[in-house]
Design a protein around this ligand. Sequence first.
Ligand SMILES: Cc1ncc(COP(=O)(O)O)c(C=O)c1O
Length: 359
Amino acid sequence: MTPTRIDFFLPGPTWVREDVLQAMTGPMMGHRSAGFKDLYASLVPRLQQVFRTEGDVLVATGSATLVMESAIVSTVAADILNLTCGAFSERWHTVCRNLGKDADRIEVPWGRAVDPELVRQALRRKRYEAVTMAHSETSTGVLNPIRELAEVIREESDALVLVDTVSSLAGARVEADDWGLDVVLASTQKAMAVPPGLTLFSLSQRAAKQAAGIAKRGFYTDFLRYRDNHLKSSTVTTPALSVFYALDRQLDVILEEGLETRWERHAALQAMTAKWSTAQGFEFASQKGFRSPTVSCLRPPATVKPADLVTGLAERGLVVGSGYGAWKPETFRIGHMGEVRGCDLEHLFGTISGILDVG
Ligand SMILES: Cc1ncc(COP(=O)(O)O)c(C=O)c1O
């Protein structure tokens, strides 16, 4: 395939290859048909490689928030601890509160990563059924130390570890089995570089067992219903079939590149961004040592308005993300994930430098 220059750097949805888009034109078929079951069954071993698990990896039709909500409905009766450090980790807390759970939270300031020792102290004070967290916090560009957080949770409690890897899966190391993660979830439109519409999630046996003790798990939110259908290579409801076709093609692309090579490419993109932004006088909004390899949240000098930069780039055919929520006026975000390569970023950086020189 002729490489196309990528000019789309949103932190999701991300740029999708032409052959993956073309795959979506595959024929309709019934989701209880043998053809669909074959397709579903062929995805599972490849998804297990991406999640680094020998356990179940399931596919839900819906965005990640559906599976966040499903995880809470299915596995938590009352007491849950939310680790928050930005808009998406806060979403877990909102979901829990809206469902009427007794949700406590450890809130660290935006831009900082969650300290595992804070979690240890909280777990010594109270028993929780689950702890939630975001791996790559897309609103701030922080990469939380999931391995260390999960280790502390396992040492101190029997709480399930529920992890949002929406903007890290296939772009940063995620080890569902080795790190002892019970639910790992990611929608398809970020570092997986598949169009939006599906969410992939792993479900540990511990999580399935805890779900079996929850009386009311809803219907679309019932993890055990997903698991029972999954065991028959089927889905709970009518799946977004076209996105399944895209996922099928893109999983081959990801595994042909190699997962570790893909993680290294993303780390190199982050390093390029760091070098360029330092030279430019732009500050990272995320804590040093905890920067996401897939998304950089940058704070330009006071003389540069992020909104003007985002607009100036759009006028030149380049798309980056604006800042998120309260950080919108002072930051902007570059999604360097999915299929983005160094040459794409060089073009972006050259264009930004050009805009600043003229300004
Ligand atoms: C880290 C993170 N979690 C959750 C979400 C919500 O995902 P979705 O829009 O697929 O529900 C996003 C979306 O940007 C995200 O970046």
